[in-house]
Design a protein around this ligand. Structure first.
Ligand SMILES: Nc1ncnc2c1ncn2[C@@H]1O[C@H](COP(=O)(O)OP(=O)(O)OP(=O)(O)O)[C@@H](O)[C@H]1O
Ligand SMILES: [Mg+2]
Length: 222
């Protein structure tokens, strides 16, 4: 369902200098799979997630999701694609610290102008699922790191996306919280979500429910 075909990503720093972040990458991920992208800092993991989320376009090559060439979408269609298909858990969670838990989780629904009852139902569902309902009215900046991460995961799931992308999800967590994140991934897989995790955390490299660990070195899959 997710396919990168000979994708190259070059960042032009100025007229002379450029960085080849991804060099002719081909990768195929089936529906319901959990794939771990493993690689050193700067190897290209986040660049791959950005391509799948249509947050950036490959310099050459194609990205195809459910048969659709998302690397060709205009910005407007790319944001519709993201809204309907992608839940993104950012490394630094990208929450709004001054807002409550409920308002942060509801944010992706705002552009949809949702029916209030429907929004409340979706909110209740994800807050229960990720064990954050007891903090619904707390202001996010007062939460612990693990709680903030559960808010970020709840927000990524409020639209019930088929694809979850997580960038270094355990970078700011201790081992116990990292293990509970892994349990969350397992439960999302049981719901047949397709999950791509960029990480260098060894906890992810030997999990029985992970379908493949893809190693990236200097923008090349090895
Ligand atoms: N917007 C950008 N402009 C210029 N260079 C960039 C940009 N984004 C990434 N790069 C460069 O592309 C390469 C790959 O970066 P990427 O963020 O994909 O790596 P990563 O594997 O996610 O690293 P980390 O583990 O540190 O998050 C790096 O050399 C990085 O400096
Ligand atoms: Mg990264």
């Amino acid at each position: 369902m997710i396919e990168l075909k000979n994708s190259t990503k070059i960042y032009e720093l100025n007229r002379v200098d450029k960085v080849v972040a991804l060099n002719d990458i081909s990768l195929s991920i089936k529906e319901g799979e959990v794939v771990v992208l493993k690689g050193a800092s700067g190897s290209g993991k986040s660049s791959i997630l950005s391509l799948i989320a249509a947050l950036s376009k490959p310099t050459s090559g194609e990205v195809i999701v459910d048969g659709k060439k998302i690397s060709k979408l205009s910005d407007n269609f790319a944001s519709v694609y993201r809204r309907d298909n992608i839940g993104f858990v950012f490394q630094k969670y990208n929450l709004i610290p001054s807002l409550s838990v409920r308002d942060n989780i509801l944010l992706p629904l705002v552009p949809l102008n949702p029916d209030a009852k429907d929004a409340e139902e979706k909110l209740a569902l994800v807050m229960d699922m990720f064990h954050i309902a007891h903090k619904a009215d707390a202001i996010v900046k007062n939460l612990s790191g693990g709680e903030q991460q559960r808010v970020a995961i709840a927000r990524a799931n409020i639209n019930n996306p088929k694809i979850i992308l997580a960038d270094e999800p355990t970078a700011n967590l201790d081992e116990k919280l990292s293990l509970s994140f892994i349990e969350i991934v397992k439960s999302l897989k049981a719901l047949n979500k397709t999950i791509v995790i960029a990480t260098h955390d060894p906890l992810f490299f030997n999990l029985d429910f992970v379908d493949s660990v893809v190693e990236i070195h200097n923008g090349i899959i090895s």
